[in-house]
Ligand binder design. Structure first.
Ligand SMILES: O=C(O)c1ccccc1NCC(=O)[C@H](O)[C@H](O)COP(=O)(O)O
Length: 398
């Protein structure tokens, strides 16, 4: 990735340049109504005289009910620290950068348009690519449905169900990890998992097999999922609480998930800085959503354990940057002092990815998880209900 390469019209992501990582820093200034403020590197344009201009710092920090002002926590993080979003993330060991704002110089030769690609404006791995694409998607969706409008729809959304309660109940009932069964058509690492994909049929089969909760992929571009699938499953009368499996980068998405019938959302520590996780967890509580905070290594787990109010943590055995899967990661992270803290706080741990056999389930249970999130090994089965019994080595439906 060193140096600049030349590529034709590669603005598929609309990837702008230079960026938050271009050395541009945001400094704290005292604004008065009418002051001009440039567009922040990650967020919407500052509106003079908007609610933030009228609230004190302490009110803002402690009050997620100011949904509109806190909805873009990227802006808040930058605002409070004086550092760019990517600076803040990098200090916390996060390697996933946010999409830079403006594109590199375009060069026209005859009918062709060229663009310089370099390390700053090209995603470095699949997770970064997904996040950059999500940034564009969310910006467009937000224009169509601004937060103020979205909030009104919450009154018409079905009530949330107790996601964490369902996991606890199932664990107590079966004495085995509660199952979060994933409705996933495709993934970047495995391609299409099931051609004859009927999300409602699969969801009902999972429920019949004893799943405590379901995870529904909503990302379209990389997983061939959709919010329509989530809504359809909810409207089909499936009782299992639903996790909206989405790449959340903006608090607006929490409201959107709630409106579309989700009971829980995923917050990925490899993508979100601590302050985002903190605010988003608080917003989730207000919305009645459970937050599954996902980690992959010790540093991420330590960060998440440092954030108060986290009740549900997933250990993803899959490295989302390299696709490598290793289920011993769950054990490694739950050993020693970390495991002790988790037990003391009664946090529910979820073992995620790469679970195919009863031995796999036993190994993560032994490590200390009380729930598992399983996609591929179940979704590929002709009969997913039977697949659950085979995966657990016994019928967990009764
Ligand atoms: O699965 C991928 O290829 C992937 C790539 C980039 C980001 C996320 C990705 N997957 C999300 C998941 O981790 C899984 O869907 C989930 O944990 C279930 O895993 P599995 O049982 O192995 O299907």
């Amino acid at each position: 990735m060193e140096g600049a390469g030349l590529a034709t019209t590669v603005n598929r992501l609309g990837a702008p340049f230079p960026a938050a990582n271009s050395g541009l820093r945001w400094r704290r200034v005292n604004l008065r109504a009418g002051d001009w403020r440039p567009k922040s590197p990650m967020g919407d344009a500052w509106k003079p005289g908007s609610v933030r201009a009228q609230k004190s710092d302490s009110e803002e920090k402690s009050s997620p009910v100011f949904g509109d002002s806190l909805a873009n926590s990227v802006e808040v993080s930058q605002w409070e620290s004086g550092y760019s979003y990517n600076d803040i993330a990098a200090r916390q060991g996060i390697t996933i950068r946010r999409r830079p704002l403006t594109g590199p110089p375009h060069h026209y030769v005859g009918p062709f348009e060229f663009r310089l690609e370099n390390e700053g404006n090209t995603p470095r791995n699949i997770l970064e690519k997904i996040v950059w694409n999500k940034d564009v998607e969310v910006k467009q969706l937000k224009q169509k449905k601004p937060l103020v409008a979205l909030k009104n729809f919450i009154d018409y959304a079905p009530p949330t169900r107790d996601f964490i309660g369902a996991l606890r109940q199932s664990y107590t009932r079966t004495n085995m990890p509660a199952l979060i069964a994933e409705v996933k058509k495709a993934s970047p690492s495995r391609g299409v998992l099931r051609e004859d994909f009927d999300p409602v049929r699969i969801a009902k089969a999972y429920e019949a097999g004893g799943a405590a909760c379901l995870s529904v992929l909503t990302d379209e571009k990389f997983f061939q999922g959709s919010f329509e699938n989530l809504e359809a499953i909810r409207n089909a009368g499936v009782q299992c609480p639903l996790l909206c499996k989405e790449f959340i980068i903006d608090a607006w998405q929490l409201y959107y998930a709630r409106v579309k019938g989700a009971d829980a959302v995923l917050l990925i520590a490899a993508v979100l800085p601590d302050l985002d996780i903190k605010y988003m967890t608080q917003i989730c509580k207000i919305l009645g959503l459970a937050a599954l905070v996902e980690v992959h290594n010790e540093r991420e787990l330590d960060r998440v354990l440092g954030i108060s109010g986290v009740e549900l943590i997933g250990i993803n055995n899959r490295n989302l940057e390299t696709f490598e899967v290793d289920i011993s990661i769950t054990k490694k992270l739950l050993e020693g002092e970390r495991g002790e803290i988790i037990r003391q706080r009664d946090i529910i741990m979820v073992g995620e990815s790469g679970l195919f056999t009863p031995q796999d389930i036993a190994s993560v249970q032994e490590a200390g998880v009380r729930a598992v999130l399983v996609g591929e090994s179940l979704v590929k089965q002709d009969d997913p209900t039977k697949g659950i019994t085979e995966l657990f080595g016994k019928d967990i439906s009764a």
